[in-house]
Structure formats: C-alpha cells, structure tokens
Design a protein around this ligand. Structure first.
Ligand code: NAD
Ligand code: TYD
Length: 353
C-alpha cells in the first residue's frame, strides 16, 4: 500500500515505545514509521527485531535535545505527525539526577515542538503532535478520589515535574502557534520489555535470582496498573480518533497496594518456578522510603472509555502471569540488560540490602 503519512515516534526502542512501534508498523502499512531513539540504558533494538526489516519502518539514532540534528531530520523527512515518548522515565533516577531529567524531558520536548512548528506553521491540515504523559503530573491522591482530566497539575518528583512542564509547553504551543495536539496521561504500565529498575520487572528478576525484594516504606503505596499493550491500543485510538487540544486519561481500573501486588507476584512466581508456596515472600525486605513518595495514583478513565470505546483487555492477574512468562522465556534479554549501567545503578540505589 502507498505511504500517505510519515509518523515520527520518539523513544520507540524503550518499553512502551517498542510496543507502540510494533503495533503501528504491523497495523498501518500506509504509514511510514520513523523511530527516533538515542538508545540510553532503557532503549534496546532487540525489542524490535521482528519488524526491523519492514520497508515502511526506519530507525534513526539521535538525541531529542540536539537541535541541529532534530531540525535536519524534520526538514529531510517532513513528518506529518509526532508521537512523543522519548524521556527519562524513572523516579528514583530523577531524584539523583534532576538536571538530566529537565534537559531531556523539558528541553528535548521543546526542540521537537520548535521543529514541528517551523515545518508546518503555515499549514496545519492533517498534522498532529501527540504527547505521551503520565498520571504522576497530578501529584498524589489521598485515600479516596480519582485523577480526572481537569485535576490540577501538582507534581512532586523531579520526573513528574519535568513531564508536567513538557505538557505545559505542548499546550502553550497549541495556543500560541495553533499547533494541533493531543495529550494522554497514563497510569503505571507493566509487561514485556520493561527495564528491570521499575517495580514489577525488578522484582521478577530478583525472585528468579533469589535476591531481596526491596519494598519502600511500609508498602502501603497504591498504583493503578495497566498492561502495556492495552496502553498501546489506547494511544492508537487517541491518535486516530481523539479530538485536538484535548487530554485523555488512561488507566487500568486496577488499584493495587504495592505490598499486595508483591505478594501476588511472589505467589504466581512460586507456582511457575516450582518452588514451595511462601518461598519468594521470604525475600520481601522493607527498606528506606523514597523521598517525596506519592501515596496513591488512580485514574478516572471514563472519558476515553465513553468517547473512544477503550477499555483494558486483560485482568491484572492475567496480565501479570503473561508478563512473568515473558521474562522467564527471555532470560537472555534480562541478562543482557542487567549488566553495565544497571549493575552500577542497582548497587548504588540498594546499597543497604
Ligand atoms: P523507557 O525509559 O523504557 O523508554 C524511554 C526511551 O526514550 C528509551 O528508549 C530511551 O533510549 C529514549 N530516550 C531517552 N532520552 C532520549 C533522548 N534524549 N533522545 C532520544 N531518545 C531518548 O520509558 P517508558 O516506560 O517506555 O516510557 C515512555 C514514555 O511514556 C515516557 O514519556 C513516560 O513518561 C511515559 N509514561 C510511562 C509510564 C510507565 O509506567 N512506564 C506511564 C505513563 C507514561
Ligand atoms: P515504580 O515502578 O518506580 O513506578 P512509579 O514510581 O513511577 O510509580 O514504582 C512503583 C511503586 O513501587 C512505587 O510506589 C515505588 C515502589 N517501589 C518499591 O517499593 N521498591 C522498589 O525497589 C521500586 C523500584 C519501587
């Protein structure tokens, strides 16, 4: 089929980005998908081995903060749309390196916005900038309530503040330069290909290796978990059918306290690994809390559900089981990414255990 749209996906070698790139390349042969990624510790082209040979897919290695490079690729390829995921994404790393997060997440987004506006400011027809954001921009909930699209931004970590700031710039470019944009704010994702520094893949890796499971504080923090392929499906819908200048919240309708999640994970893994029930729970180790730790995130996803008909396809138990199976079947992937930078980070972050 002839290509009628050129789409730039940034951060496409990372966790969510790779699932999105695969979905778009496999489902839309009328699009040319350009995947721009700097390949930091979380970016891995192994994630995309199955689609890299396709004619309507191109990988571009580059840094979104490099203005000269970004302007050159926008001028060369004339992207009709940008789906922007490239970011530094881990809260604990942002506490150690806030400036690095500001540079990539704020400045990098502005460089992309500038290039997009310079290219299309006289003719926006059929163009769109889609900013992939997080529920963490809303700050923390107490015991009750849900984040709505109208909830004021109130970020508490350098990561969430940098994402909030970049969202504001997207909105500001929409108002100032009439740039068509859409933003979605999603809850915690989990699934295959997630770098083992975030809770679920880190704990899967530690259970496999019988290492301690470092639960921050009392473990009573709550997150709303969504399987990554359901997020990719939601992004597809928002990209194609979402309204310009609108925000869509995406969540799993699935709140879990960390400690309950960890116990469920231990139970499922004991069964899959043929270990006695209770073996993995003994690895749970309570450690010093994360500074500024948000108590609870929970999303009201009724807008995307009512307007675009989106709903998660999997229960958490089923999604978690599929995720564990993927990591057990892909031990080489896990071993590959847990050398180098990961080991340095791990030794430093979890020095107490
Ligand atoms: P990730 O860390 O797995 O992937 C990020 C990707 O961006 C990596 O491939 C990395 O190499 C690339 N990247 C980083 N800096 C770059 C730069 N300067 N130039 C070009 N590429 C760069 O992150 P993820 O979990 O897949 O998150 C993707 C996006 O989704 C982020 O914007 C994040 O804020 C957002 N998000 C994530 C979650 C979640 O639970 N993981 C939830 C909601 C929103
Ligand atoms: P994480 O996966 O880092 O996502 P986020 O901070 O973006 O929500 O953490 C999820 C929850 O798990 C969060 O409440 C922090 C907690 N957590 C631990 O208790 N121990 C850990 O080692 C990690 C990485 C996270």
């Amino acid at each position: 089929m002839a290509v009628n749209k050129k789409i730039l996906i940034t951060g496409g070698a990372g966790f969510i980005g790779s699932h999105l790139v695969r979905r778009f390349v496999n489902n839309y042969s009328n699009y040319h998908i350009y995947n721009l990624d700097v390949l930091n510790y979380a970016g891995n082209l192994e994630n995309l081995k199955d689609i890299e040979h396709k004619d309507h897919y191109t990988f571009l290695r580059g840094d979104i903060t490099n203005e000269v490079y970004i302007n050159s690729i926008f001028n060369a390829y004339k992207f009709d749309a940008v789906i922007h995921l490239a970011a530094e994404s881990h809260v604990d790393r942002s506490i150690k390196n806030p400036l690095g997060f500001a540079k990539t997440n704020i400045l990098g987004t502005m460089v992309l916005l500038n290039a997009f506006v310079s290219l299309w400011k006289n003719d926006w027809k059929g163009k769109r900038f889609y900013q992939i954001s997080t529920d963490e921009v809303y700050g923390s909930l107490g015991a009750t309530g849900l984040f709505k699209e109208t909830t004021p931004y109130n970020p508490n970590s350098p990561y969430s503040a940098s994402k909030a700031s970049s969202d504001h710039f997207v909105r500001a470019f929409g108002e100032t330069y009439v740039m068509p944009y859409v933003i979605s704010n999603c809850s915690n994702n989990y699934g295959p290909n997630q770098f083992p520094e975030k809770l679920i893949p880190l704990f899967i890796n530690n259970i496999i290796n019988k290492k301690p499971l470092p639960v921050y504080g009392d473990g009573n923090y709550t997150r709303d978990w969504l399987y990554v392929k359901d997020h990719a499906m939601a992004i597809d819908l928002v990209f194609h059918r979402g309204k310009n200048h609108e925000i869509y919240n995406i969540g799993g309708f699935n709140e879990y306290k960390n400690i309950d999640l960890v116990k469920l994970l231990c139970k499922q893994m004991d069964k899959k690994l043929g270990r006695d029930f209770g073996t993995s729970e003994k690895l749970i180790t309570y450690v010093k809390d994360r500074p500024g730790h948000d108590l609870r995130y929970a999303i009201d996803a009724s807008k995307i559900n009512n307007e675009l008909g989106w709903a998660p396809s999997l229960t958490f138990e089923a999604g978690l089981s599929k995720t564990i199976d993927w990591y057990l079947d892909n031990k080489a992937w896990l071993e590959n990414v847990t050398s180098g930078d990961h080991m340095n980070y791990y030794t430093n972050q979890y020095a107490d255990i």
